[in-house]
Write a protein that binds this ligand. Structure first.
Ligand code: XMP
Length: 512
């Protein structure tokens, strides 16, 4: 019988990440709304339940909750962050507002290693992101671990097989997070495992064929991994009924159009249409400084161009794009659910009302590293699969303030220096993204004997597995020194360079 683990979504940015971690551990997993009833769950027959985190506070009278009778089903439960606080509250423990929140890395002291911490060290590195915390565990529960500022960082009841952790085991920065989830799935819940993603390609191709029927499809190509994987999938499904369109929006990095053209000519031959729309985008963005407005305008302009591209082909009712799960979750909440909107990633949040296309988004459930695995199976070249992510709205969200030809020129030049230098870094494969940001301030400097009053460039270099969380990279000082001095010497109009040392959360990777 098929094993299923249900993730109850309380609006976490990480609900899908939890589901996917479980799939990685070889057990099929699905997300369900936190309002699922006891009977609906019995119907699903899950082997275990995970309660996700969420942005609400259990101390708020309106907080999202769950059908309490689920706790009596004898199904093992693992509550994460908000999920643990809710368990504590429902089981008559005590939850308090913390004096200050705890965000980022923390050192965990394990007090009981017989269940979820089995086989792990006594001290572990975990990732926290919470305000409230459990102060008194419910009757019959043990405190399993704590940190310097959180007296109950984990609790559990071995008889009921109900556990909770205050930190996030699903993010890579909790170094032994997978071991904890594995312990829960296999030791506590008795899962057998064995699920793989090998059927994903076949299933997707079948789904695309039946969705499209005899229509044509416009495929929005960005030059990145995601849209290339989508194009390869659709190419396999319907061949030349797909028109792959790459838009030169003027917000691209140096040499980008040439790179794309040569990649789809030499490395993975695919007919692509390149549209020069530099003028349209710059005009539409004139005077716009609000990040969300920029994103919406760019999304809309893209769609107008794709609509125009249908003119020379017989009906194209579909637009295919490489939307990934992080784009969806950060643009709107899962299932219209309660998670907070962070920013409108252009291929999701920025779509106009009158889209005139049905969307095909075969990667909507997946994360970047899953997409790279898929791309490899589809035969896409390493060179393409290794391309670093680049946001749809391009350099526009890295120019804080007005986007003009001049600001684009400055940023493009600074960005190419960052790129050239990071390519020489010996641990380049650990870099998720490395780029420059143009700040809307000028500062005083001195060059030769002259006073200067010029722009500031921020360098952002992060490591990440999936873009959902990230850490700023501790680069050797000589790498940073070379970037800084080259930018100041070579890029006209810049006299200062700063390095961004914020992690995600609480910051995001892009500045807008
Ligand atoms: P944030 O800034 O949300 O970025 O922490 C997470 C990852 O997503 C990329 N990103 C985008 N990708 N369209 C995209 O296709 C977008 O609108 C967009 N905004 C951010 C970002 O570069 C990072 O890798």
């Amino acid at each position: 019988m098929k094993e299923l683990v249900a993730v109850l979504d309380f609006g976490s940015q990480y609900a899908q990440l939890i589901a996917r971690r479980i799939r990685e551990l070889g057990v099929y997993s699905e997300i369900v709304h936190h309002g699922v009833t006891r009977d609906e769950l019995i119907e699903m027959n899950p082997k275990a339940l995970i309660l996700s985190g969420g942005p609400a506070s259990v101390l708020d009278p309106e907080h999202p909750t769950m059908d309490e009778r689920i706790l009596d089903l004898n199904v093992p439960i693992f509550g994460i962050c908000y999920g643990m606080q809710l368990l504590a509250l429902l089981l008559s423990g005590t939850v308090d507002k913390g004096r200050s929140g705890e965000y980022g890395p923390a050192r965990l002291d394990v007090a009981d290693d017989t269940s979820i911490f089995n086989g792990l060290a006594q001290q572990l590195d975990v990732w926290m992101s919470h305000g409230d915390h459990v102060t008194i565990v419910p009757d019959g529960y043990k405190m399993l671990a704590q940190t310097a500022t959180c007296s109950v960082a984990s609790m559990g009841n071995d008889t009921k097989k109900i556990y909770g952790v205050q930190f996030h085991p699903e993010v890579v920065h909790t170094l032994q997070g997978m071991d904890m989830l594995r312990n829960f799935l296999y030791r506590v819940a008795g899962c057998r495992g064995g699920w793989t993603m090998t059927k994903f390609i076949e299933e997707s191709i079948e789904r695309i064929r039946s969705q499209v029927a005899d229509s044509n499809v416009i495929c929005a190509l960005s030059g990145g991994v995601d849209s290339a994987v989508v194009a390869a999938l659709i190419d396999r499904a319907i061949g030349d009924r797909m028109k792959a369109v790459f838009v030169d929006n003027g917000l691209l990095r140096a040499r980008e159009v040439d790179d794309i053209q040569s990649m789809f000519t030499d490395d993975y031959p695919l007919h692509i249409t390149i549209v020069d729309a530099k003028k349209e985008f710059l005009e539409a963005l004139q005077g716009v400084t609000d990040p969300e407005e920029k994103r919406k305008i760019i999304g809309e302009t893209f769609i107008r161009i794709f609509q125009a591209e249908t003119k020379d082909i017989n009906h194209a009712d579909f637009l295919a794009q490489g939307t990934l799960y992080p784009d969806v979750i950060e643009s709107r909440s899962a299932h219209g659910g309660p998670s907070a909107m962070i920013k409108s990633h252009h291929n999701v949040g920025g779509l106009p009302e009158d889209l005139q296309f049905a969307l095909i988004e075969p990667l909507k459930e997946l994360f970047k590293d899953e997409v790279r695995i898929l791309g490899k199976e589809l035969g896409l070249p390493e060179k393409l699969l290794k391309r670093k992510p680049f946001p749809g709205p391009g350099l526009a969200v890295r120019i804080i303030g007005d986007v003009t030809e001049e600001s684009l020129e400055v940023l493009r030049h600074a960005d190419s220096v960052v790129k050239e230098e990071i390519l020489k870094y010996e641990h380049f494969e650990d870099v998720w993204q490395a780029f420059a940001v143009l700040l809307p301030v000028k500062t005083v400097g001195v060059m030769g004997d002259e006073r200067t009053y010029a722009n500031v460039i921020a360098i952002r270099i992060v490591s990440s597995l999936d873009g959902m969380t990230a850490d700023w990279m501790r680069l050797p000082h000589d790498v940073l020194t070379r970037m800084s001095s080259r930018i100041i010497n070579e890029v006209h109009g810049v006299n200062r360079v700063v390095y961004d040392i914020s992690s995600k959360p609480p910051s995001t990777i892009e500045w807008e």
